[in-house]
Design a protein around this ligand. Sequence first.
Ligand SMILES: [Cu+2]
Length: 318
Amino acid sequence: MNSLALINEFLGQPPNASSHGYQIDHIIEFCHWFMATLFVGWSTFFIYVLIRFRKRRQPQADHAGVRSHISTHLEFSVVLIEAVLLLGFAIPLWARRVNQFPPGKEALLVHVVAQQFSFNYHLPGADGQFARRDVNLVSNSNPLGIDPNDPAGEDDIVTTGELHVPVDRPVIAELSSKDVIHDFFIPDMRIAGDAIPGSLIPVWFTPVKTGTYEVICAQLCGLGHYGMKGTLVVDTPQDYQAWLKERAELAGTQSTPPASTQRPPGEPTSGGATPGTIPPPGGPKPSNADAEGAGAPPHAEQQLHNAPASSASPSPHG
Ligand SMILES: [Cu+2]
């Protein structure tokens, strides 16, 4: 595979970081080399024909045309190679991706809920149980509509924009969307799947290299599509446990509003909007908006719930 890797690098493909990615790289490389060979072959033939059958040399047109069968054999070979590529490589590879999911106990299951213009992640926490979600409970401080009365949700972890996963463990991401069709795409993991409202679409991958990778939306989903990016951090198992602990601690502070002393200096202690919420479009401007806008450090709670500035716009049209 490495001998062929040149063309993928040339086309700007980032290095693979997942266990199945090399198979996808291999087929992309083979297809590109195959197409490059065809391009050179047919171009050479075209130029040869232009010169060989030019009018000066061939004043009298020959209506019988080509008598040799070389081109028939060539075309048949191309069809055969394409059929082998499709039936022998592409379809079996695709079938393994969609039919052979890792067993539930072994894999890390995460719900990915896309929205204009960010990705939210829902992890089940220590009990392994996801809380019930209800679209009627969705608010700016509860982006996934998690039922606060469901005991399964007490240890659930919700993050926006950044997801951590441990290395060498399969990850199953169940994709859905709150508004329009998005596409959860992690180029380094060689994985992509549409996030469609009303559907739950699972995709899976096993990260094999620690690091920070870009998550992007691969469906034109609105005016803010260009900014719909996130981060996947592949941690060592120890770092992943530390992140889970940190998230669980942050989640524990969710229900308690920050004491007035925790507010940034200059911010009114009461009367403003609740931290972590965004006023509805056209609604009154919160009195602490200026203080927040002036670069005051966000509360931990806001970090947990709020999407990045580009995606926190309350307008569904961005
Ligand atoms: Cu999108």
